[in-house]
Design a protein around this ligand. Structure first.
Ligand code: ATP
Length: 320
């Protein structure tokens, strides 16, 4: 394979630039030309393709976001859009494609593979909601971002003897709330995978107050409800003083952690190696600390796993 393309798709994640750098360097080392496709599948359809150079990948490697920009494209979900994308790949002589994104982007990659173009997916999403891989690029950075905010919020909550509720990303997956909660010593973690009646949670906070623990930290993943609604419920049913903070996009910004950079580098290398072997229709991942690859179909169909043991550990640690 002499010429490959790389694009980023869906939500941006810290570490995407590190993955692009690894794809570029590994590709060049294998005598390939590496082309950047800008604005995801939307840009692919519109022919926004350009050569990548050493300067492009080096200057922003340590930064969040993505030098290739990202987008979502409804048109790419249609047969006409997919045909336009294929025509662009053919026009530029791109023989293989690497897609960095979440499970929606992987579904798109799987569709393209079905047309006979070798495509490899690199998992990039802060939610860590892809069951075939232990970690996705960006998750570790997002957890660190949240953990740092927890301590700031705890300081001000303690000064006022208040409970702080921190809402983090994760519609279907509570991993950010769980990992940030464990690392930030949260007292209660509300996630969609382990639904807890709000009355039970409110009773717990009221009991903490009776015991003299006036400040508690509650992590809530979006999928378990809105922080503001939870606070309203607690105020209506207890005498606990409680305030909500919604962290929003700061979770996704900032420089990637060392873990995410190294993971991105390893994923990028394996993705290019797969294309060099003409082995398309694959998704790279990490399992038991080893880089793996599975079919794109398996990657999108594997149900996400929740670490119940880690969740229960937090319950134990928050007891005393
Ligand atoms: P994030 O986890 O950040 O949301 P994602 O990759 O899951 O990332 P999506 O918006 O779900 O983000 O998908 C990105 C793009 O992938 C879509 O805009 C669309 O172009 C393409 N895509 C998603 N699902 C399909 C599908 N079933 N068939 C073809 N293309 C798809």
């Amino acid at each position: 394979m002499k010429r490959i393309g790389v694009l980023t798709s869906g939500g941006d994640t810290p570490g995407m630039n590190a993955a692009i750098r690894s794809v570029f360097k590994t590709g060049v080392d294998m005598d390939m030309q590496v082309m950047g496709i800008y604005h995801g599948y939307k840009g692919l359809i519109e022919g926004r393709v350009d050569y990548l150079g050493h300067a492009d990948v080096e200057s922003k490697m340590h930064k969040g976001g993505t030098i290739l920009r990202t987008a979502r494209s409804e048109e790419f979900k249609t047969k006409e859009g997919q045909k336009r994308a294929l025509n662009v790949l053919r026009a530029y002589g791109i023989e293989g494609l690497i897609v960095i994104g979440g499970d929606g982007s992987f579904r798109g990659a799987d569709v393209l593979s079905g047309y006979g173009i070798p495509v490899v997916g690199i998992p990039g999403t802060i939610d860590n909601d892809m069951g075939y891989t232990d970690f996705t690029i960006g998750f570790d950075t997002a957890v660190n971002n949240v953990m740092n905010e927890i301590y700031k919020i705890r300081d001000t909550m303690r000064a006022h003897d208040r409970v702080g509720v921190i809402e983090v990303m994760g519609h279907r997956c509570g991993d950010i709330a769980l990992w940030a909660g464990i690392s930030g010593a949260a007292d209660l973690i509300l996630v969609p995978e382990r639904p807890m009646p709000w009355a039970e949670a409110a009773d717990m906070l009221a009991a903490n107050k009776l015991r003299g623990q006036l400040t508690s930290i509650v992590m809530i993943a979006e999928g378990a409800g809105k922080a503001e609604d939870f606070c309203k419920f607690v105020r209506e049913n207890t005498d606990v003083e409680i305030k909500a903070t919604v962290l929003g996009y700061i979770q996704r910004g900032g420089n990637p952690s060392a873990f995410d950079r190294v993971l991105a580098a390893k994923f990028g290398q394996r993705a290019v190696e797969l294309l060099a072997d003409n082995n398309g229709g694959r998704a790279v991942g990490i399992s038991k600390n080893s880089i793996i690859d599975v079919s794109l179909t398996e990657a999108v169909e594997t149900k996400d796993r929740f670490d119940d043991k880690l969740y229960d550990l937090n319950t134990i640690m928050a007891k005393f």
